[in-house]
Design a protein around this ligand. Structure first.
Ligand code: FES
Ligand code: FE2
Length: 417
């Protein structure tokens, strides 16, 4: 199979087989994917309504990297590497507010809210110190639908460019108005969980609607789920699910079906009864409901371990029916999350079987095929059926990239577009 060359012909991408089993089990490949696929892609940090005032910040821990999003005194949102310029200490954790400066917990170097180095204790002991060169490393930031994303490495299309016309599907849900749901401590929902699977197992699962009728019986009773997705040239995909007229026998699903058409009469009628499942490469799902939305972000933690981050945002509507809708949607979605975790962990268990190779993919798994093609373009070593010998993977990948078409030599995940 020479799928890497076929990538110049997008129509042929989908003829390829799924990624081989070893690619879901290999620590060296994960390092390469992190560098070539994850770091050059947009990562979700927070909602703009979490960082409204000067000094408000949120952080994202992204395996080897950590990111700060900070609102400056000038009202501008900026993103920084969460690492002190002195000896590298992580500066901030979680989210909160810095009154005036970011102060390092180690030797107390302090930074302005716009990242400039402000003060260094015992400054005279650093000969020729040029503070202007030692500000926090700034990263690329984009706000899309009120959601704040950061790109650590490389360049490429903006989020708005990647979504293109498909952004129109999200607009009527007014995500930018939403606010964070109460935290676990406040009696709210858990927004991060560890799954015992490779990040691509969770990714494939998110991109696959084929499993919905059997894998998610509650969702299938509640919704008429579109099994085939719309997908654009940047790998952004979405599908819609519409509330069924036939009522579910489960009380929470039935209550949601009855309430949905009338609960948010200020939204367009079709929006009130439609859930949208969007996806943006490389690891960001958008689960959008009339009452709330969550981001489904798949972060690697090891070759067979992932952190699934699902921050939830709700419509700022204090009416009882809005609260009931949010409660019901969350109850239904927590169950879907349990089901997906179990499905993914079972796939991971099977993938390690002796001499196992995954089988063909359905038309309903088109976004999975697309993502596999993108990963092949960035890391052509995954086109090999057999696991490379330990210690050789990176070298072999460099050789394959050198043999490839020039446009793919430095490709980030969006290169296929
Ligand atoms: S590591 Fe931050 S002040 Fe030393
Ligand atoms: Fe699922």
């Amino acid at each position: 199979m020479n799928s890497f060359v076929d990538i110049r012909h997008p129509e042929r991408i989908y003829e390829t087989e799924p990624l081989p089993a070893w690619t879901y089990l290999n620590a060296e490949l994960l390092e390469l994917e992190y560098e070539r696929v994850i770091l050059p892609s947009w990562q979700f940090v927070c909602h703009q309504n979490q960082v409204k005032e000067a000094g408000d910040f949120a952080t994202l821990d992204l395996w080897r990297d950590s990111i700060i999003v900070m609102r400056g005194k000038d009202g501008t949102l900026r993103a920084f590497q969460n690492a002190c310029r002195h000896r590298g200490s992580k500066l901030l954790d979680g989210e909160g507010t810095c009154k005036h400066r970011i102060t390092c917990p180690y030797h107390a170097w302090s930074y302005q809210l716009d990242g400039r180095l402000a003060a260094v204790p015992s400054e005279k002991t650093f000969p020729n110190l040029d503070k202007t060169q030692l500000g926090l490393k700034e990263l690329e930031l984009e706000v899309f639908c009120g959601l704040v994303f950061v790109r650590v490495m490389g360049s490429g299309p903006s989020i708005a460019e990647q979504w293109g016309d498909l952004a129109k599907e999200l607009a009527p849900y007014r995500i930018e108005e939403m606010v964070p749901a109460p935290s676990v401590e406040e009696g709210g929902v858990q927004i991060s969980e560890e799954w015992a699977c490779n990040w691509k197992v969770a990714l494939d699962n998110y991109l696959d609607n084929y499993h919905v009728p059997f894998g998610h019986p509650g969702l299938h009773r509640l919704m008429d789920n579109q099994l085939s997705c719309t997908i654009n040239g940047h790998g952004v995909s979405f599908s819609k699910s519409v509330i069924r007229e036939r009522e579910s026998h489960a009380w929470s699903e039935r209550a949601y079906q009855r309430l949905a058409p009338k609960a948010f009469d200020y939204l367009p009628e079709d929006v009130r009864q439609t859930w949208v499942f969007g996806f943006m490469p490389v690891n960001i799902g958008f689960d959008v409901f009339p009452d709330s939305m969550d981001i489904f972000q798949i972060l690697p933690k090891g070759p067979t371990k992932s952190v699934i981050r699902t921050p939830l945002f709700v419509r700022p509507d204090t009416r009882r029916e809005a609260k009931v809708m949010q409660f019901l949607a969350n109850r239904i979605n927590v169950q879907i999350g349990h089901e997906d975790k179990e499905l993914c962990e079972r796939v991971q268990a099977g993938l390690s079987s002796y001499n196992y190779q995954p089988g063909p993919l359905s038309e309903y798994e088109m976004p999975v095929k697309d993502m596999h093609a993108r990963i092949r373009a960035a890391c052509p070593i995954v086109t090999q059926k057999e696991r490379p010998m330990d210690g050789t993977l990176r070298r072999q990948n460099v050789k394959l990239l050198a043999d490839a078409q020039p446009e793919y030599r430095n490709c980030a995940i969006a290169a296929i577009a």
